[in-house]
Design a protein around this ligand. Sequence first.
Ligand code: NAI
Length: 327
Amino acid sequence: SKTPVRVAVTGAAGQIGYALLFRIASGEMLGKDQPVILQLLEIPDEKAQNALKGVMMELQDCAFPLLAGMEAHSDPMTAFKDAQYVLLVGARPRGPGMERADLLAANAQIFTAQGKALNAVADRNVKVLVVGNPANTNAYIAMKSAPDLPAKNFTAMLRLDHNRAASQIAEKTGKPVSAIEKLAVWGNHSPTMYADYRFATIDGQSVKDMINDEEWNRNTFLPTVGKRGAAIIEARGLSSAASAANAAIDHMRDWALGTNGKWVTMGIPSKGWYGIPEGVMFGFPVTCENGEYTVVEGLPIDEFSQQCINKTLDELKGEEDGVKHLL
Ligand code: NAI
């Protein structure tokens, strides 16, 4: 049987953690033949550490055959030791009266420290997914704080936006969501992201032609996907957790095990693709094979798409400018 791999998860006692850890331990992320060791990080606060203990008791009670070990940590320097997959879920939420700059600064502190810890102790080919918001900027900060690790191994989660877009298209066309290919989401994980079905197909047929309704695209589809997170908070009283955990599983599984040519969306540091400046942590359409992602290049960008891409890029550049002095 395979050697266990080390998976570190932060914010492990939170909502997303509760929807995520059991699926990782059951083999849904890295394969039903891949044992895992969970290295779980929570803040040192006694309540959080107790809650983490409770989650670990439940993990134990599942008797997962693939769960080869688990550890509770309160320090990233021990939590990230030799980790091969890292899911950075824990982040500082916006508190009452907190300004945007305060939020960015609080998270900059967390992701600088965690990036440095990864740089010091993680496996040299660690794959990092940042879920905690603002996800793209937090991933950018962690990447910049880990100069000895490959920058390409730092990614941000756009997959929830991608999955939300796919299910809206499935509903509109009446086709199964699994039949949708070649969907792309560009930019920041925020309401400015640009979900783009111009290249999408279902059974080889153009989704754009099938829908044939540009008014729906601009005034229904894009706002629905963009504001979906807010709609869920409004309905549930809590932010998306199970769907976010599901997207994190999808992102890591596809990155590690490949997509068989299928396009998925990942937030990755740009190498200048589509005019996005080098290093900006931006959502792009990619395919994955042998543990590496490859950007889908050469797609034509029309005027409306360029406007959407510029808007989400401007927002991201603003966030990055807001934290540059803290790096
Ligand atoms: P939560 O508040 O239920 O849990 C967060 C947990 O992280 C808490 O247990 C907290 O103690 C812990 N934590 C905070 N700072 C930490 C640190 N420095 N180290 C380790 N643990 C730390 O929040 P929830 O619902 O689980 O969401 C987590 C994050 O994911 C939030 O930032 C949320 O905005 C974000 N999110 C991102 C999505 C995406 O698509 N990228 C979608 C949904 C949520």
